[in-house]
Unconditional design. Structure first.
Length: 132
């Protein structure tokens, strides 16, 4: 049983409090995995590109993030990757399928500047498109 989040108030029961556990996604680290995903399905969205590939196993889903120097300096690239990681945590935690690899590729001027809720909606739409 996961620990419960701290919720204040005298009328709050423990069962009403959300669990204090976040989703942890396996992260791809090897270049060969990124290259395999680049040859698979893809879905372009305004804020980023999603590349997805079905592996030959039933292991947990993995996710990778990439932002080239076209996005800007290191500060901008890191901010774009942080936004992509958070969007992936929110969407892929529920929508990712077993045995799949997902790569999120940042886009210049878009990944950093789009409103975050639109970024999340775009990722939701991209995952749905990839799996149909």
């Amino acid at each position: 049983m996961p620990p419960e989040a701290h919720v204040t108030g005298r009328d709050v029961r423990v069962a009403d409090a959300p669990p204090a556990v976040s989703v942890r996604l396996d992260v791809m680290r090897k270049r060969a995995d990124f290259l395999r995903a680049a040859r698979a399905k893809r879905s372009g969205q305004p804020g980023f590109l999603v590349q997805a590939r079905k592996r030959d196993d039933d292991a947990p889903p993995r996710v990778g993030y990439t932002c080239s120097k076209k996005l800007g300096n290191a500060v901008t690239r890191n901010r774009a990757k942080r936004r992509l990681r958070e969007a992936a945590r929110l969407v892929l935690g529920a929508e990712a399928k077993q045995g799949w690899d997902y790569v999120l590729v940042g886009r210049p001027n878009e990944t950093v500047s789009l409103p975050f809720d639109q970024l999340v909606a775009d990722l939701q739409r991209a995952i749905t498109k990839v799996h149909t």
